[in-house]
Ligand binder design. Structure first.
Ligand code: FE
Length: 340
């Protein structure tokens, strides 16, 4: 009798060890995107699925380094960052693994994911030319190539070559027109700089309004963010700025992406894929793109009012994986051209 009871107790203890009663489902996100621009969406996901999302935010490059140094001990399941160049770098560093959910993969258009599905895009961003209304006619320039012509001597503001947005733009030009033409353009552009590159995209936009240069190159979400800023002065500056979409008759305006990857050592791959699928739903796309004035990845999703006011445009048709892989070459070329 005693033996039977002991056996029963032993079996009960064993069972309680084997069947975890309440294990919370979770997914850990490293995000290069600020908390305010992503947290509400993650909360909505948690509410719907019961999957807890732990969010770490930081600079994209810093998060890549962190993943690298944490290695297989990293808690991260997903890394979210801007620019195809960074997504490709993370993949090349061996920090990612393939998305395997077929439905999820099929949602993403071909050019907007890695061939091996190691990353997918979540939004698009565009990098046109900007000017001060009244100061420059909107049809005074229609191509990126013209930024290097004598008409714009000392009139171009653009940030430094250390910035990945310019590296990716240059990489896209190498893909579209070859290295020789891109180097010649890059040299001519540098010759037209109004000042030694400094600051971010917002600073270039402010510089055209301050009259430091007639033209600036910047991503539209910065102008959108300035137009909806809580700061009245910032709004007043942005309202004076117009957008020119270059290369509409040929290759289209440069675009880039923000995207996500599942980390190599992710412990919660099912939850991670569920979250990515959620972020690609139309409602999520609308909120996620609009809150940062980016273009939704999926067609048919409404743009923010500010993006709508800049107009529609023809975008470059470039494979983002190839563009990202061209990053090193672009950087060497910019260096050669004297782009600091
Ligand atoms: Fe940015």
């Amino acid at each position: 009798m005693e033996v039977v009871i002991k056996k029963f107790i032993f079996a009960s203890i064993l069972a309680s060890l084997l069947i975890p009663s309440v294990v919370a489902q979770e997914v850990n996100v490293y995000s290069g995107r600020q908390e305010a621009l992503i947290k509400p969406l993650l909360d909505k996901f948690s509410e719907r699925t019961g999957i807890e999302v732990n969010l770490v935010t930081g600079g994209s490059d810093a998060l890549i380094s962190r993943l690298q140094s944490e290695g297989d001990l990293s808690p991260a399941d997903i890394i979210i960052m801007a620019d195809a160049g960074r997504l490709v770098r993370a993949e090349q560093l061996g920090l990612t693994q393939a998305v395997t959910d077929e439905a999820l993969i099929q949602t993403v258009p071909e050019a907007f994911k890695a061939d091996n599905n190691h990353w997918i895009a979540l939004t698009k961003r565009a990098r046109p030319i900007m000017y001060r209304k009244g100061d420059v006619s909107p049809d005074a320039i229609s191509t990126l190539a013209e930024l290097g012509t004598d008409a714009w001597k000392n009139e171009v503001c653009i940030r430094s070559s250390s910035n990945i947005y310019n590296q990716s733009m240059t990489a896209s030009l190498i893909l579209l027109q070859g290295e020789e033409a891109t180097l010649a353009w890059s040299k001519a552009l540098v010759g037209n700089f109004a000042r030694s590159p400094k600051g971010g995209d917002r600073d270039q936009i402010k510089a055209v309004v301050a009259g430091e240069c007639k033209l600036a190159v910047a991503n539209t979400y910065y102008l959108g963010g300035m137009l909806t800023s809580a700061d009245e002065e910032t709004r007043a500056i942005a309202e004076q700025v117009g957008v020119i979409w270059p290369d509409q008759d040929t290759t289209g305006t440069h675009i880039n992406i923000s995207g996500a990857a599942i980390t190599k050592y992710a412990q919660n791959t099912d939850e991670a894929q569920a979250l990515l699928a959620f972020m690609l739903e139309a409602d999520s796309q609308q909120w996620y793109a609009q809150v940062n004035h980016e273009y939704p990845l999926l067609d048919g999703v409404e743009w923010s009012k500010e993006l709508q006011s800049f107009g529609t445009f023809k975008a470059q048709d470039v494979d983002f994986e190839k563009m990202g892989a061209m990053n090193g070459e672009a950087l060497r070329l910019m260096d050669k051209a004297g782009w600091r």
